[in-house]
Design a protein around this ligand. Structure first.
Ligand code: IVH
Length: 662
């Protein structure tokens, strides 16, 4: 094929898939397929440099670094916004607007999120991105074209019918997920941390090496235009609509409000939404929607009279760490928690912040007595972002996680690839509750009538403390609990008794050993045949079982080595637990592995799983080269794509039924 045509086709495809991914949020191909197209184009362009183009998708990979940024003068100044912090201040603004325009009727406002990033202006000529600049002082900015071109969220070429020359204005920002990941990797490398996503975004755009910008997962929302040739618009809402038609990302969560009351509603609603958004907003921007009125209102001291930023309370604060204590969670995870000098953040008094794990403490070098910068954003748990080292006095104390569980004294293990240290004690009170709930649940010991509520009641009343205590329950103990009738008590005792006959696999699963799910429990039972052998197996012997790797083997090994666990196991067995002989596996799907994804038309996941297992097959949670079939229903997840890439047979429910012989 003609090389030029081939290159053009690839570019067109990549522009299109970029649009599907970033603008429509509805990709048609996988990341791997996208990368493959990109590599093909890159190879061709390298081989035939005469076909290079400044808006080829390959510029996303990043141009060579600069020595310094060029200055750029904005054709129209980029203004900043005046702030309001209270309802009253917003209402004053509304009054001022009306007074200036000499009107008494309500003004129509466009309400938008105030994105917390940095403002940029992007210039398109003949539909092609030719320049991007920071706001700078509003008159002169820095030329960050090569950096902005690496951002997938910003189109290199416009779609549809566009003006010959167009200046797009908007906010570059970094999503919370990427901000966290970036800081984590910087902490690991000992690099200074970014205080917030805004600084991270700004640091990533004002970056002399575009390849670094390319790695930073920056995002973009446009909220306005500078100069636009030959395009006459009359409303801000039209501005946003037009941007969208050219394939430019705008935030869809905007509202045209016809009354100040509705503006206040938008503000309050946004304030609530703030916690759940994947990016940070620091307020709402309220703009007079009518562009003719905007023009009449004009500006004063670099801020327009036609808009205001109604800010949210800050999510950041500095405070002191008074102590670091350890909490033991459901899975036995030991979490260090900073006890803080109480400080108010966004209307909430914060006195604790999670420190996640020892690694995190070490990386950020957090010590007791430190003054720290904390944030409570996106999620509800406040986090220590960084230490303000200037405030160190030398009296700060380092913290080390205990080697034994503070709740029960059992050993603490930290698996090699995990940052979390966990208590291995089977009877740790903090773990016990969840452990007991799991022990009695369906799929495990399956004791009907013994749900979460009753387990909690029993623990509270100290009727049970350990798993084995369940088998010492009698009608007197059960009846002592609230609202326990004679009949249900007898049923419960019956169910407890019945649960003593159990398959080895179920029993192993019921113990709640970390990493031992139903499948691993079955594999262990099949391989070793009895509990004695499993409890004495070395990590090496355990690793020989199909699908058990070093991490899982180590977890099983340390579980059975723990003295307290040994005692509890003996106790359980002494209550008369009997292992049912496992049926020899058979069926037409013996040795076949299935993965389920999406919603099936008639079967529930549980039902499909049961059918597969009844026919000798296995159900696995993730797709790998060992998967034989992916049973896909409606709205399948990423497993579907992975299966496609690995060339694994994907079947529908109808095909599945055919295979069953239905
Ligand atoms: S309008 C004169 N709309 O806030 C109009 N700005 O404090 C000014 N910002 O420099 C821009 N979200 O970086 C506008 N929806 C939004 C915005 C927004 C964030 C930023 C922008 C601007 C700053 C002004």
């Amino acid at each position: 094929m003609d090389i030029k045509k081939q290159i053009q086709d690839l570019r067109k495809k990549l522009h299109y898939h970029n649009y599907r991914y970033y603008i429509l949020d509805d990709p048609e191909i996988s990341d791997a397929q996208y990368d493959k197209l990109m590599r093909e184009l890159e190879t061709l362009e390298e081989k035939y440099p005469k076909f290079q183009s400044p808006t080829s998708p390959t510029v996303r990979l990043g141009a060579p670094p600069l020595d310094k940024f060029k200055k750029v003068e904005h054709r129209l100044p980029m203004l900043s916004l005046a702030n309001a912090f209270t309802e009253e201040e917003f209402l004053d603004f509304d009054e001022r607007v009306k007074r200036f325009l000499k009107v008494t009727h309500d003004i129509v406002y466009m309400c938008e999120f105030k994105m917390d990033g940095l403002a940029v202006e992007i210039v398109y000529e003949d539909g092609k991105l030719i320049q991007a600049a920071t706001r700078g002082d509003g008159i002169m900015g820095e030329d960050v074209t090569q950096n902005v071109k690496t951002m997938g969220a910003i189109p290199l070429e416009l779609r549809g019918k566009y003006p010959n020359r167009l200046e797009v204005r908007g906010e570059v920002f970094m999503g919370l997920k990427f901000f966290k990941a970036l800081n984590e990797s910087r902490a690991e490398k000992g690099l200074p941390l970014f205080a917030n996503p805004r600084n991270a975004a700004a640091g990533s755009v004002r970056q002399l090496d575009p390849k670094i910008t390319a790695e930073r997962h920056l995002d973009f929302f446009a909220y306005g235009m500078g100069e636009r040739e030959g395009l006459s618009l009359s409303l801000q809402s039209e501005v946003l609509e037009h941007l969208k038609t050219w394939g430019i990302k705008t935030n869809s969560q905007v509202e045209v409000c016809e009354h100040p009351k509705d503006v206040l509603k938008f503000y309050n609603h946004s304030l609530k939404r703030r916690e759940t958004l994947p990016y940070e907003i620091d307020g709402v921007v309220i703009k007079v929607n009518d562009l003719t009125l905007q023009k009449r209102l004009g500006e004063i001291a670099k801020s327009p009279r036609w808009a205001i930023a109604y800010k949210f309370p800050a999510v950041e604060a500095t405070t002191q760490i008074q102590d670091i204590r350890v909490q033991v969670g459901r899975t036995g995870a030991l979490t260090p928690v900073a006890y803080l000098e109480p400080v108010s953040i966004a209307g909430v008094t914060v006195s604790r912040a999670t420190l996640h794990n020892q690694d995190e403490i070490d990386k950020k070098d957090i010590r007791i007595g430190d003054t720290v910068f904390i944030r409570r954003a996106g999620d509800v748990i406040p986090e220590v972002i960084k230490v303000i080292s200037d405030k160190r006095t030398g009296k700060e104390k380092k913290f080390k996680l205990p080697t034994h569980c503070p709740e029960c004294g059992s050993g603490v293990v930290q698996e090699e690839e995990e940052a979390i240290a966990r208590c291995v004690g089977i009877n740790c009170p903090a773990k016990l509750k969840q452990g007991l709930i799991h022990f009695v649940s369906k799929g495990a010991m399956d004791i009907e009538g013994l749900g979460r509520k009753i387990v909690e009641q029993m623990l509270e009343a100290r009727v049970i403390r350990h798993m084995s205590d369940i088998y010492d329950l009698n009608s007197e103990k059960i009846m002592s609990l609230e609202r326990k009738a004679e009949k249900s008590t007898q049923n419960l005792l019956q169910a407890i008794h019945a649960s003593k006959s159990v398959s080895l696999a179920r029993f192993l699963y019921a113990l709640g050993i970390r990493h031992v799910g139903e499948n691993t429990a079955k594999a262990l039972a099949d391989h070793f045949g009895n509990l004695e052998k499993i409890s004495k197996a070395s990590p090496e012997a355990l690793s020989e079982v199909q699908d058990i790797g070093a991490v899982v083997a180590e977890s099983i090994y340390s579980f059975f080595k723990d003295e307290k666990n040994k005692k509890e196991l003996d106790c359980l067995l002494s209550k008369g637990i009997m292992f049912l002989k496992s049926k020899k596996k058979s069926g037409k799907w013996l040795g076949k592995t299935f993965v389920l994804t999406g919603t099936l038309p008639t079967y529930s996941r549980e039902e499909a799983k049961k059918i597969i297992e009844d026919n000798g097959g296995k159900v696995s949670a993730s797709v790998s080269a060992n998967t034989d079939y992916v049973l896909a229903g409606q709205a399948p997840g990423s497993k579907f794509e992975v299966a496609q890439e690995l060339g694994i047979k994907i079947i529908s429910e109808a095909e599945f039924q055919k295979m069953m012989g239905k």
